[in-house]
Design a protein around this ligand. Structure first.
Ligand code: MGD
Ligand code: MGD
Ligand code: SF4
Ligand code: MO
Length: 697
């Protein structure tokens, strides 16, 4: 049989690179970047190539797996759906709607067959106990977009190809490939920026992105709020806000400026460690650059003041005159709309978590509360769980406690491709067929793309007869649950039909036929200002001073400054280009070579404890203790230690032959479910207080 070449976007990260898949005799034999994709232009990273490992992985599940005592048995799909539907309905009939909870993991947004289908299953189940990876990630972004612009996804992204000056806080796109900034080949784009202008990276660690940048500004973990407040005050001293063009569309600007005023560059320095002179100079540069933007991501949102930081980022861009301007920060206006009619604007604090009283956001509760909601008896206790594409044991705060909690569930059904650290507690695992067998459209990531792009991904091959696609599993579960619960339900049509309907909600005129005629995707050009015309606030104006943020800022400013106890260190995370959260360590291509799990420690912090490079150390936090090898690193600010998340594969009972041999503890055995972003309840994963000691003997 001849060699066959097919094209499709990579489903593994937000960069959505076009890939070329080569098959011989119907067998997938090679992957490379699709040089004809106008957006990614041939870019591919090691993970893209590791799709070969995923497709061939003998540990990957293909048929439903049911627990039988300590063992597992494969069963048929109809039997599996019927069992899961009946069990979930039974728990709700006996204990109320809230007795069934759900957790949705990160890959949900990477697969149309999950993303477009799960909301209707969740509406059918109608529980207030819904959780997702969003509350260990980008809740602060969505909450600020909702509060200021009226829609949780109306979120400005950096116009990275046209900006001449960029301040980046708490992001490491050279390792992560970019987030809430869909920009394949980001390293190339940032390198071009440093040639025509300046990129300044604010990070406690001289990261791979900081290495490439024009300037690295080291900051103490969790203190960006004070840096941003001082920066805003300096901008005002220089004549900001520049409100030309926003006339009549800014509500509460004076209130916002009053609430945020009064932090001097000297106070900024005292809190954050960034020199006052640097803060002043950055303010001057930001105002002087005709095309400039300020962007903050993961390291900014998963900390104590994540939402306040995101609010400040918006205010700084607005006041400097760079919001909704070419070369500044502006929202994508995607071909398949994620805002506007028929989408969910969001809502906040309509109900609270039962045990701790944490407010919901857009129908979800903070995942930091999941373990206590499972373990605390009483009305509304979670007894049954549906998870999809999530590994919360390794990914959410106090993972070891959640691990124990999952083991107590009456019934747990997981839609997942692996028997891993979380799904080992399931009673039933429903594994979707390879995403390469399904139609896909990148609804979410096109909505954060730095250019206006559209691409339909067609199946590369048909799924096997005894496999089911992701959307078929959601439909199958919903049908069985509806029947058992006595609720009406009509299955959703296949993805191609839903993609067509999604495109028809937009105004681009682009339909399936147009996309099918462009197998490498369409690039419709750079982003245009659209924020003001698309605002969804009740007033029709930008709400510069959302009440709950003003109140939270006042609370934080009145509280005494947090100080580290003697010997305490601040723990931060680290991504590597060969990692993908917790779930790709079974791919041989990604785990070969030197270990990547080690704890990085500044040489002065090693010396202060009588430790040497390579020593095994014990790392202790309020919630847990782990053991790990320490590596000296000059890239860190003294007082900061750095550990990647997503390891911790030694737990028993998994089916991950390769990953089980990968060393390294789980970062989230140290994180604290009480350490939250005050305004949103997002987990403050970065800045966890730890102590470090030698393991004797
Ligand atoms: N300490 C610390 N913790 C973190 C982070 C951090 O930086 N530091 N990052 C956080 C972030 S940003 C995120 S998004 C979360 C992620 O948190 P999670 O989404 O809970 O964790 P993942 O490791 O992404 O696990 C993905 C799961 O999806 C499964 N899977 C993969 N492909 C498919 C598929 O096609 N279909 C289905 N049904 N399942 C599939 C995998 O087997 C795995 O079980 O982790 C967070 N946790
Ligand atoms: N290779 C790889 N790529 C990925 C993933 C992966 O696991 N591996 N995960 C994907 C997912 S789900 C996401 S959400 C994105 C995340 O993508 P990014 O947002 O780029 O996240 P990180 O790479 O974790 O970079 C966060 C940076 O914040 C810094 N930081 C920590 N604490 C602070 C602080 O208090 N202040 C400041 N200013 N900086 C701080 C860290 O040192 C780190 O360099 O990556 C995605 N891409
Ligand atoms: S950068 Fe992201 S989208 Fe591109 S090949 Fe790598 S994992 Fe896939
Ligand atoms: Mo994420």
């Amino acid at each position: 049989m001849p060699v066959e070449r097919r094209f499709r976007a990579c489903p593994l990260c937000e960069a959505i690179c076009g890939l070329e898949f080569r098959s011989e005799d119907g067998r997938l034999t090679g992957i490379r970047g699709d040089a004809q994709d106008p957006f990614s232009r041939g870019h591919v990273c090691p993970k893209g190539n590791a799709i070969l490992d995923l497709e061939a992985d003998p540990d990957r599940l293909r048929r439903p797996l049911r627990r039988r005592g300590a063992d597992w048995e494969e069963i048929g799909w109809d039997e599996a759906f019927a069992e899961a539907g009946a069990q979930l309905a039974r728990l709700q009939q006996a204990h109320g709607a809230e007795a069934v909870g759900a957790y949705l993991g990160n890959p949900v947004v990477h697969h149309f067959g999950h993303f477009a289908y799960l909301p209707s299953l969740l509406r059918l189940i109608r529980s207030k106990n819904i959780y997702s990876a969003s509350s260990v990630d980008q809740w602060p972004h969505q909450l600020v977009a909702f509060a200021m612009y009226g829609h949780q996804l109306l979120l400005p992204v950096p116009d990275v190809d046209r900006t001449d000056w960029m301040l980046m806080l708490g992001a490491n796109p050279v390792a992560s490939n970019g987030s809430l900034m869909t920009a394949p080949g980001i390293e190339r784009r940032l390198a071009a920026l440093t040639k025509r202008g300046r990129l300044v990276v604010v990070d406690p660690r001289r990261s791979e992105t900081a290495e490439l940048a024009s300037e690295h500004v080291a900051i103490r973990p969790g203190t960006d709020l004070w840096f941003l407040l001082a920066l805003l005050a300096e901008l005002r001293a220089l004549g900001a806000p520049r409100t030309a063009g926003y006339e009549g569309r800014l509500a509460g600007l004076d209130a916002a400026l009053t609430a945020t005023a009064g932090v001097t560059a000297e106070e900024g320095q005292a809190r954050s460690g960034v020199p006052a002179a640097t803060i002043r100079r950055l303010a001057r540069e930001l105002l002087a650059a005709p095309r400039a933007c300020v962007y903050g991501r993961m390291g900014l949102s998963t900390q104590r003041h994540g939402t306040l930081c995101q609010w400040l980022v918006q205010l700084v861009n607005l006041c400097a005159g760079h919001l909704d301007r070419p070369g500044g920060m502006l929202p994508a206006d995607p071909v398949m709309p994620v805002t506007g009619p028929g989408t969910s604007r969001g809502h906040r604090d309509r109900w609270r978590s039962r045990v701790r009283g944490l407010p919901e956001f857009s129908g979800e509760l903070p995942v930091a509360a999941l373990a206590e909601e499972i373990l605390t008896p009483g009305e509304g206790q979670i007894r049954g769980l549906l998870s999809c594409a999530g590994n919360p044991v390794l990914s959410t705060p106090a993972g070891a406690a959640l691990d124990a909690a999952l083991a107590t569930l009456d019934y747990y059904v997981a839609i997942d491709i692996y028997l891993n650290e979380s799904t080992r507690h399931a009673h039933l695992i429903l594994p979707p067929a390879s995403p390469l067998t399904q139609h896909h459209y990148d609804t979410v990531f096109s909505g954060f793309a730095v250019r206006r792009v559209a691409r339909l991904n067609a199946p590369l091959r048909a799924r096997a007869a005894d496999e089911r696609g992701d959307w078929e599993i959601v439909n199958g579960l919903a049908v069985a649950y509806a029947a058992a619960a006595g609720k009406p339900w009509n299955p959703l049509p296949e993805p191609r039909a839903l993609i067509a309907a999604g495109l028809a909600r937009g105004t681009s005129g682009i339909d399936l036929a147009a996309l099918e005629a462009a197998p490498h995707g369409l690039d419709l050009g750079p982003l245009e200002p659209s924020l003001l015309r698309r605002l969804e606030t009740a007033s029709g104006a930008i709400d510069c001073a959302p009440e709950f943020l003003v109140a939270e800022l006042a609370r934080v400013r009145a509280a005494p400054a947090a100080t580290a106890l003697p010997g305490e260190l601040a723990l931060i995370g680290r991504r590597h280009v060969r990692s993908n959260n917790s779930w790709m360590h079974n791919a041989p291509r990604l785990v070969k070579g030197k270990p990547r799990h080690e704890l990085h420690v500044h040489p002065s912090d090693l010396a202060a404890r009588g430790l040497a490079d390579g020593d095994r150390v014990r790392l202790r936090s309020r919630t847990g203790t782990v053991e790990v090898e320490a590596r000296a690193s000059e890239a860190l600010l003294p007082g900061v230690v750095c550990l990647p998340h997503g390891f911790g594969h030694a737990r028993s009972g998994t089916r991950l032959a390769r990953a089980r041999t990968v060393a390294g503890p789980s970062y989230n055995d140290l994180t604290d479910p009480r350490h939250l972003d005050g305004a949103s309840g997002n987990a403050a994963l970065n800045g966890t207080a730890v102590t470090l000691e030698r393991i004797s003997g």
